[in-house]
Each structure stands twice: as structure tokens, then as C-alpha cells.
Design a protein. Structure first.
Length: 183
């Protein structure tokens, strides 16, 4: 199956739409954060649910593709990075946390490119990685909602998320080493 046809799989279109939604979301966050907060929350939730839905649809419709293995995690990484950097700019997220998240994503991306070019292997995300990304997503959502009741939850989530990031990164890099050794 060619990449051109794979682009039009519903699951892959959802990933592309998730990237496109960053444009109005970023604009709203930077220009109307307080006045359009409910709309911002709705857009973030739509992006999150599209992420859940694209994987389900790909498996259910037997449309798991090489393009999808690349565009889905790429859409996640771009979305998390853009939203995180805007929240840092707005003073709603600490820079140290965003630096850890971006460093993890950058390393995974670079190792993924290496595996694709040298070994023609695409490592799919694993469940510990999905749980780590879910915790990051909760922190982003709670930082957007910004209520006093959620402030203490966010502080606990920073450290829980950090441990999940470390664990999932270790597992990913272990799979990366094993993939290099296989071929």
C-alpha cells in the first residue's frame, strides 16, 4: 500500500486534523486565554479524543499503516510541545517539566529516525509510554483549567508523571537497543 493511500485512512486523517487544530488552539491560548478558556478546553479534549479514536479505528478497520505509525506519535509530540511551550510562556507550567517532556520526545524521535533509516523498523508506542503521555496530558489540561482545587493535584502529578516518563523512556531505549542487535 502506498503512503498516498494511507494518508486518507480515517485514523491518519484524525492525526493530521489534530495537528491542524493546533493553529486555532494556539491562537486562542495566546490571545484570549481567560475569555475563551472553555473553548480552549473543548479543543484540547477534542484533540485528546481524536488521539484515542485514531488508534482504535486503525485497529478496528485493519488500517494500521507505516504512515500511521509515524504521523500519530508525531502529532502527539507536536501537540504536547506546542501546548506546553505556550503554557510556559503564560506562566502556567514550569520550564523544567516542559524541558523533560521535550527532551524525551526529541530523543525518541531521533532514535526512531535512526531505526527507520538504518534498519527500516518503526517502533510502536508501548503502554507505559501511553500512560506517561496521558499523565502529561492531564497536567496540560489541569494547567489550562487552572483552578485552586486542581493546583495540588498538578503538583503531585508532576512527580508521578516524571517517574512514568523515566520508566517509559527506559523501556523504549531498551527496545531500541534490542532492535539494533536483531539485524
Amino acid at each position: 500500500m502506498s503512503i498516498n493511500k494511507e494518508i486518507f485512512y480515517i485514523s491518519n486523517l484524525l492525526s493530521i486534523i489534530r495537528i491542524i487544530l493546533l493553529i486555532p488552539l494556539s491562537w486562542l491560548m495566546l490571545t484570549s486565554f481567560e475569555t475563551k478558556n472553555n473553548l480552549i478546553i473543548i479543543l484540547v479534549l477534542c484533540m485528546y479524543f481524536s488521539d484515542l479514536l485514531d488508534g482504535y479505528i486503525a485497529r478496528k478497520m485493519d488500517q494500521v499503516s507505516e504512515f500511521g505509525k509515524i504521523i500519530d506519535p508525531l502529532a502527539d509530540k507536536i501537540s504536547v510541545t506546542v501546548i506546553s511551550l505556550i503554557l510556559v510562556y503564560l506562566g502556567r507550567l514550569p520550564l523544567w517539566f516542559v524541558a523533560v517532556v521535550i527532551l524525551r520526545d526529541l530523543l525518541i524521535l531521533l532514535f526512531g529516525i535512526y531505526l527507520m533509516r538504518k534498519k527500516h523498523i518503526t517502533l510502536m508506542s508501548n503502554y507505559p509510554g501511553k500512560i506517561a503521555v496521558f499523565s502529561i496530558g492531564l497536567i496540560l489540561l489541569f494547567s489550562i483549567i487552572s483552578s485552586e482545587a486542581l493546583a495540588s493535584a498538578v503538583n503531585v502529578l508532576y512527580y508521578a508523571s516524571l517517574s512514568l516518563i523515566i520508566n517509559s523512556s527506559y523501556l523504549y531505549f531498551r527496545r531500541f537497543r534490542e532492535s539494533i542487535k536483531q539485524i
